[in-house]
Design a protein around this ligand. Structure first.
Ligand code: MAN
Ligand code: CA
Length: 301
């Protein structure tokens, strides 16, 4: 029975995220990967094999953020022990490399006190302790471990859709993103922070389709605009940076982003206008950064 269940679990490698909690793989948006904590301890080689059977790899923290995520999962499960990580020095003593090739030095993790000590000349495996510090341990220790699986576009979309729902964004299959029109006017900087706090960013126009869609969204909400300096445009995610170039908040030029069509007569730098907005005709405008305007946020997978 167990074997059958296990086989089914392997065959259903679609999106383990929230859709199938029985498999215990949890989606991490930051890492864009799936993680599973195995509480039942195993020797290092069995841990690595088990992860492989699940279509993944014995996880190694590749960043401070990922180590933090692993530590909080350990805390939730009240694990006050070390966990094996995929990094090993088996092939070359003292030269630790992770199963996925990541160099340990890049993780910026620290060694625990008096580690690595290669006790009894028999410590070729690595573990992360409950404080997030590294230690070399014997590969025949029995320790819990994490497996990591690559995510799929489907997982990301599933996650983004639930994020959108929680923050009142509307999914648009035309562009594969979701959007929220904020009628309560804010300055560009505060608008930027507001979108960010919802897990999104000020909307970025990547093609003509998206410009038309934002124009439509604008029309649907224009009545809800309050305390704006004027309501003919809404702030979006581009601006003129210190080098004088217009670029998106992701650092692409408008051309690279895929849409750079200014509204007739714009940019006119009326007064001083270094921030980006979209006119009610769907085209770009330069707007003052410190005046309050409506704005549009986007969450993209
Ligand atoms: C009008 C135009 C724009 C300008 C805005 C500022 O819409 O003059 O060029 O950016 O006002 O609110
Ligand atoms: Ca302008």
């Amino acid at each position: 029975m167990f074997q059958l269940t296990f086989l089914c679990a392997i065959l259903h490698m679609v999106c383990y995220a929230v859709s199938n909690p029985a498999t215990n793989y949890v989606y991490s948006y930051e890492e864009d990967a799936l993680f599973r904590l195995h509480i039942i301890p195993a020797v290092w080689s069995d841990a690595a094999l088990r992860c492989q059977l699940e279509g993944g790899v014995l996880a190694s923290p590749t960043s401070r953020g990922m180590a933090q995520a692993m530590l909080s999962t350990m805390e939730i499960h009240k694990l006050a022990t070390s966990v094996f990580i995929g990094t090993t020095g088996i092939l070359s003593k003292g030269d630790f490399k992770s199963l996925d090739g990541t160099d340990l030095a890049k993780t910026s993790l620290e060694w625990a006190a008096r580690e690595p000590n290669n006790a009894n000349n028999a410590e070729d495996c690595l573990a992360m302790n409950e404080l997030g510090a590294l230690e070399d341990v014997s590969c025949s220790n029995l320790l819990p471990y994490f497996c990591r699986k690559e995510s799929t576009k489907k997982c990301r979309v599933t996650h983004v859709k639930s994020l959108c729902k929680n923050h009142g964004y509307k999914w648009e299959s035309d562009t594969g993103s979701c959007y929220k029109f904020h009628g309560a006017a804010k300055s560009w900087r505060v608008a930027l922070a507001t979108c960010h706090s919802e897990g999104g960013h000020l909307a970025i126009i990547n093609n003509e389709n998206e410009s038309k869609l934002l124009k439509k969204i604008y029309k649907e909400h224009v009545e809800n605009i309050v305390v704006a300096k004027e309501s003919r445009h809404a702030l979006i995610g581009f601006r003129r940076w210190d080098d004088g170039e217009w670029a998106t908040i992701h650092g692409e030029s408008l051309g690279e982003a895929g849409f750079g069509q200014w509204s007739p007569g714009e940019p006119n730098n009326s007064g001083e206008e270094k921030c980006g907005s979209i006119h009610d005709n769907g085209l770009l405008n330069d707007a003052p950064c410190d005046e309050p305007f409506a704005f549009i946020c986007e969450i993209a997978p």
